[in-house]
Design a protein around this ligand. Structure first.
Ligand SMILES: O=P(O)(O)OC[C@H]1O[C@@H](O)[C@H](O)[C@@H](O)[C@@H]1O
Length: 281
């Protein structure tokens, strides 16, 4: 069931999805931002900061900001592009799904004077959720973009979490000026982490020994994955993030980043998806 809520209490519109067995998801029109995914078995998969600001154009801290048409600082635009700051329209819904669209005219930001359509479709099932990002070049010249589904996951405690699936994968370390390194073993968190893993496998798993759960991320179309935890000092420096919240979250972000930008010819379409599936371990 897809239900549009006209005012979430902050004056913003959101769409609530529910399955008959009790799974739910919430997607804001602002940024096509997924802010909640609760499974039928009762697990809250996504983290949203208690300090998050629900005031456009500011991006919401947590859930899944859509970074488009630029990931991070990989281009002339502001950090992570402008889609996460923009108002989307609801253009379709099904039993357990909703599609939101940004019809960009090319006037949104003078540093990116290209028309495009960006669609985000969220489909909910009892223990899984799929997010599909579709970009269409609606202009008359090629466009190039990088992007990410900047997914914030909950963690019972950050020292109880390990990320499997990146062993042997090369990454650039954003905390060392983009130094190229290779992952050895699982990714664990005992300090600030800000890395772009390049050319990753299609499945990455987050094991949370404190919660006795595993979230599998299956991605297509996104060659790369960003792994981020702000740790102590960066948490304190962010106004919309609690000082201690780095202990209960981590970001794994399917991305087009280190592998280089996608070039899309006029009239052509690009798709990227991630499916998040919860299981007990
Ligand atoms: O504060 P923002 O713009 O939402 O970015 C959060 C983080 O996003 C991550 O993707 C970047 O790798 C980090 O460097 C950045 O700090």
């Amino acid at each position: 069931m897809a239900n549009v809520v006209k005012d979430d209490g902050n004056g913003l519109d959101k769409v609530v999805l529910k399955t008959p067995n009790g799974a739910s998801a919430e997607v804001y029109r602002h940024g096509a931002h997924l802010t909640s995914f609760k499974t039928a078995s009762g697990k809250d998969v996504l983290f949203v900061s208690k300090q998050a600001v629900f005031k456009p154009p500011k991006a919401i801290r947590g859930g899944v900001p859509v970074c488009f048409p630029q990931f991070g600082q990989l281009g002339p635009l502001g950090q992570h592009g402008f889609a996460r700051n923009a108002a989307f329209e609801v253009v379709g819904s099904g039993d357990n799904s909703v599609t939101l669209e940004l019809a960009a005219s090319g006037k949104e930001d003078e540093r990116y004077p290209h028309p495009f359509q960006l669609r985000v479709t969220v489909t909910l099932a009892d223990e899984s959720l799929t997010q599909k990002l579709t970009a269409i070049n609606t202009g008359s010249s090629p466009i190039a973009f990088t992007c990410a589904l900047h997914t914030y996951f909950t963690a019972s405690a950050i020292d109880k979490v390990r990320v499997e699936g990146l062993d042997g994968v090369g990454f650039t370390d954003s905390l060392q000026g983009g130094k190229p390194l290779t992952q050895e073993g699982p990714v664990v968190f005992d300090q600030e982490v800000d890395r772009v893993y390049i050319g990753t496998p299609g499945s990455i798993k987050i094991f949370d020994d404190g919660a006795g759960s595993c979230v599998e991320i299956v991605k297509e179309g996104f060659p790369d994955a960003v792994v981020w935890n702000p740790w102590v000092e960066k948490s304190k420096a962010m106004g919309d993030f609690g000082d201690d919240e780095y202990q209960v979250m981590l970001c794994i972000e399917p991305a087009v980043a280190g592998s280089g930008a996608v070039t899309l010819q006029p009239g052509k379409t690009w798709n990227g998806t991630q499916t998040l599936t919860l299981s007990n371990v």
